[in-house]
Design a protein around this ligand. Structure first.
Ligand code: NAD
Length: 247
């Protein structure tokens, strides 16, 4: 168990990819704190059923006050914070000319303010510990120039700039900062299934590997980047999308 005695905060893990990350990190022995605006009972149940240690705190990851509370609660509960997976994300397709200024700000706030605030909140503890793993979720659309996603792709490209620059500042404290660009993933939400199914029909022929990305595929990369074994990898962006984007 590579993450025994390590503590991970996973944001936006009530459903979707984040759930799979919690299960995978717990399998490596990490104790998990879910930080989500929604009820995370299902994710908690799955991890506990498998014998993992997990709690949740209701957090809006775009609130400075609440992200500070997230870290206080984690330290109260588990005594430390070693890993932050900022998985919170908002996705919305709209032609550029129809994107309102409010939608633009919401996109940047959920996808970028969350990364800024959650990182700010965990960094002092990671520095004191001399160990930290910050993992941010981006999207393979940043390599593809997909239309109707100007606000989304701008925010997810911002994630790349964030990890590149911050990595240079915190490497000396044993902290790494990396991003994962995720392809369209077959998350298990009923609302997603039909949409993902129809998009996958068009997308699969473009993939080198002819099957849908599963949340578990991304979770493997998260577990590796969270582990002590990845200590020499930082400021990087790892693409997990079946080989659609090559960069
Ligand atoms: N699913 C995909 O196909 C795909 C593709 C590329 C990138 N991604 C990225 O992967 C990440 C996870 O995607 P997903 O599809 O599992 O997402 P999802 O929409 O299924 O889940 C997002 C979670 O974030 C929570 N959340 C939203 N706003 C929040 C906030 N302000 N504070 C706290 N929690 C909040 C929601 O309650 C939800 O539990 C996102 O960053 C997304 O952009 C996903």
């Amino acid at each position: 168990m590579k993450l025994k005695d390590k503590v991970a905060i996973v944001t936006g893990a009530a459903v979707g990819n984040g759930q799979a990350f919690c299960q995978r990190l717990a399998r490596e022995g990490a104790k998990i704190m879910i930080a989500d605006i929604a009820d995370a009972s299902e994710a908690i149940e799955r991890v506990r059923e498998a014998g993992g240690e997990i709690e949740a705190v209701r957090v809006d990851a775009t609130s400075e006050e609440q992200t500070q509370k997230m870290v206080r609660k984690t330290i109260e509960q588990f005594g430390r914070v070693d890993i932050l997976v900022n998985n919170v994300g908002f996705y919305h397709e709209e032609p550029f000319e129809l994107i309102s200024f409010d939608e633009w700000k919401r996109m940047l706030s959920v996808n970028l303010d969350s990364l800024f605030l959650t990182t700010k909140a965990v960094l002092p503890t990671m520095k004191t510990q001399g160990f930290g793993r910050i993992i941010a979720l981006s999207s393979d659309t940043i390599w593809l120039g997909t239309p109707y996603l100007v606000h989304y792709i701008t925010s997810k490209m911002g994630v790349i700039g964030f990890v590149r620059s911050l990595a240079s500042e915190v490497g000396k404290y044993g902290i790494t900062v990396n991003a994962i660009t995720v392809g369209l993933t077959a998350t298990q939400r009923p609302a997603n299934e039909k949409l993902v199914g129809s998009i996958l029909e068009h997308l699969l022929p473009q993939q080198a590997v002819q099957r849908a990305d599963e949340p578990e595929d991304i979770a493997e990369v998260v577990a590796f980047l969270a582990s002590p074994e990845s200590s020499i990898i930082t400021g990087q962006t790892i693409n997990v999308d079946g080989g659609v984007a090559r960069h």
